[in-house]
Design a protein around this ligand. Structure first.
Ligand code: UDP
Length: 379
């Protein structure tokens, strides 16, 4: 980590490297986590959005929250087989980069769009920074695992959220001078977007929900929703919880429910449209428990101090287990683990309140900017 990071006030604006910044992304979680960097760099930053997520419920509201719209390139790649989507994205991002001049390219996470941005930056000979570097599930059946590894090895600078992520990079012989431990920008993203108490109450009231009186669930990963038996098991497990379960339904999950004829399994649940980021945070902050297969939500619970049951076989984010969360495979342990947390909601709330987030204190942008400054100075 840069030593200068310690001496600057939080949120201080600075001149960007002469070359400026391009953020390449294509999905809801990337827009959420890159928004703080887009705000930080302001007019000196361009955004290239591939359109990997194009459903309005995952995109339109978030797009509106990204400043500097005159510098927002929308590529509209849309859905396709993974290889086709990757190829089209590399080619389209390459066109934008070729016209953008000398810039530092930032990609975030592990999506096809992030890999496309990394390959295009590499092909253009531009410095590449990987935000959220060093996450490893060691699960080679997940396309995201391959994307992460490839991006980390291409990157000139790996911004690792945690010490564990730094160690993962070192285990793969990535040189220490290419790594900075920065925390995760999700902390700033959440702190900026979360509504105040009155606005949180205004989200809950029309739904008839009360603080600590319900569970919030999100399920969307292909391994959980693309197979009818697994999706059936998960929906049945959610219905067994002793509190109302609120389920903002991801478009992918909604499609699977229709395709497999499982609509009746939604009846016991409080199904909602995908929520805006602030509304979702309001629901999460007041939930007794969160049940989710989302990567970002595993991080957000540690800032909101809420417990999470993570429904996955493997995870690249083990930092919250044993404190904020537990990992369960999609099966009967979902309701069993959930009931353990629901047994003593005030007790868990009190205990979790005292625990720091492993993802940092909301200074990731500043630390990333310091590391980029060092990179461009050294280059
Ligand atoms: N989220 C949201 N509205 C919703 C559900 C989730 O804004 O209805 C946010 C959530 O807070 C997190 C992000 O979307 O920041 C997670 O996105 P997703 O689950 O699609 O992707 P993952 O994190 O698994 O990559």
């Amino acid at each position: 980590m840069s030593t200068t990071a310690e001496t600057r006030p939080v949120g201080e604006k600075r001149p960007v490297p002469d070359s400026g910044i391009v953020l390449v992304c294509g999905t809801r979680p990337e827009l959420i986590k890159l928004a703080p960097l887009a705000r930080f760099y302001g007019e000196a930053c361009e955004v290239v959005y591939t359109g990997q997520h194009y459903d309005p419920s995952l995109y339109a509201q978030l797009r509106a929250g990204i400043p500097g719209s005159s510098r927002f390139h929308e590529l509209k790649i849309g859905s396709a087989r993974r290889g086709t989507q990757l190829g089209r994205s590399v080619s389209a991002v390459d066109e934008v980069l070729a016209a953008s001049g000398d810039r530092v390219v930032l990609v975030q996470g592990d999506t096809t769009s992030a890999l496309a941005g990394a390959l295009a930056a590499n092909a253009q000979g531009l410095p590449l920074v990987h935000i959220e570097a060093g996450l490893r599930s060691h699960d080679r059946s997940m396309p995201e695992e391959h994307n992460r590894v490839l991006i980390d090895h291409l990157a000139d600078l790996c911004c690792a959220p945690t010490e564990l992520n730094r160690q993962n990079l070192r285990n793969e012989n990535i040189a220490p001078e290419r790594i900075a431990v920065t925390g995760n920008t999700v902390v700033e993203a959440l702190q900026t977007a979360i509504p105040d108490a009155a606005d949180q109450a205004a989200v809950l009231a029309p739904l008839g929900l009360h603080r600590d009186g319900y569970a919030l669930a999100t399920i969307h990963r292909p391994e959980n929703v693309d197979e009818p038996l697994r999706l059936t098991t998960i929906l049945r497990e959610l219905a067994r919880l002793p509190v109302p379960v609120v389920l903002p339904l991801h478009p992918r999950t909604s499609q699977s429910v229709r395709r497999f004829g499982l609509t009746r399994l939604l009846q016991p649940l409080r199904v909602l449209e995908p929520q805006s980021y602030p509304a979702f945070l309001a629901l999460a902050a007041a939930a007794a428990l969160i049940v989710s297969d989302s990567g970002g939500i595993q991080e957000e619970v540690s800032v909101l101090k809420r417990p999470v049951v993570v429904v996955r076989r493997s995870t690249e984010r083990p930092e919250v287990f044993g404190t904020f969360g537990v990992l369960v495979p999609p099966g009967p342990r979902i309701s069993a683990e959930a009931e353990r947390w629901l047994d003593d909601v005030p007790g868990h709330r009190e205990r979790l309140r005292a625990l720091p987030s492993p993802y940092g204190d909301g200074t990731a942008c500043r630390r990333i900017a310091d590391a980029i400054e060092e990179l461009t100075r050294a280059g």
